[in-house]
Ligand binder design. Structure first.
Ligand code: ADP
Length: 239
């Protein structure tokens, strides 16, 4: 438990550092992109090709700093009561498009309401990160199943894939910021640390079940909120 707290604190300070750097970098990249655009009209065709490369690299850098900013939680977010089922159902289309044709996505929402207190955009982000990781773990295609459910106190969301799975070493480190096994132009290592931050901020827990060749299952638990559920509200009391 102490180790976990130390790890969380380390992530927090890494996050602050990354956020500060990302913020300044974003501004500098905006300047680079601006001047590249201005120059576009003035250069020879050869120069234009070089300029396009500069633009491209700066664009990619901006995507990266955008991820860093999200990880560092620089942007304030509003917490609301959302139904986890709606989050899954609404994201389905976009997720399907993001994983391409070879991976099949199935959603199995719980029949009942699953109100949780969280920021909607952040929940979308969790799903996107987990599903993209699942896709990356299945280069030859496979299945992703997103299911929701509940315990007496928590709403639960599982994302399961039939991909490569993970070794114990990877499993040990996967929530660390900047830990990645992907090539540098594909992975930032910020996806799962961001997910971890969102889940713990919302008072929840995240767990993973995975072994090489056996696929991977992520389980996220968030406290059930009373607001959308009259039954719980009526029985509530002050516990
Ligand atoms: P990134 O995706 O940029 O590498 P993440 O923090 O999202 O960063 O993931 C960290 C690492 O965890 C990945 O590089 C990969 O090795 C491993 N990983 C995450 N999700 C899965 C999965 N569904 N199946 C197998 N490995 C995974």
């Amino acid at each position: 438990d102490k180790q976990r707290r130390i790890r969380a604190e380390r992530m927090e300070s890494l996050g602050q550092l990354a956020g500060g750097v990302a913020h300044d970098f974003n501004n500098l990249l905006a300047i680079i992109l601006n001047y590249a655009d201005l120059m576009a009209d003035e250069v020879t065709p050869d120069g234009a090709a070089d300029l396009a490369r500069i633009r491209d690299a700066a664009d990619r850098a901006r995507t990266l700093t955008g991820q860093l900013l999200l990880f560092a939680k620089r942007e304030p977010t509003q917490v609301e009561t959302v139904d986890l089922n709606d989050v899954v159902t609404d994201a389905r289309e976009l997720l399907s498009r993001s994983i391409g044709g070879r991976v099949r996505l199935t959603c199995r929402p719980d029949p009942g309401p699953l109100p949780v207190r969280a920021n909607r955009g952040r929940l979308d982000q969790i799903l996107m990160n987990l599903v993209i990781n699942a896709r990356d773990a299945m280069p030859d295609g496979g299945d992703v199943v997103i299911a929701t459910g509940r315990t007496s106190t928590h709403a639960e969301m599982t994302v399961r894939d039939t991909g490569t799975g993970m070794t114990a070493e990877v499993k040990e480190r996967l929530f660390e910021p900047f830990f990645t096994t992907k090539p540098a132009d594909r992975g930032t290592g910020l996806g799962l640390s961001t997910v971890y931050g969102i889940v713990t901020d919302a008072g929840g827990q995240i767990g993973v079940d995975s072994s090489p060749g056996a696929g991977t299952t992520f389980v996220i638990r968030l406290p059930l909120a009373p607001a959308l559920s009259p039954v719980v509200l009526g029985a509530g009391g002050s516990s």
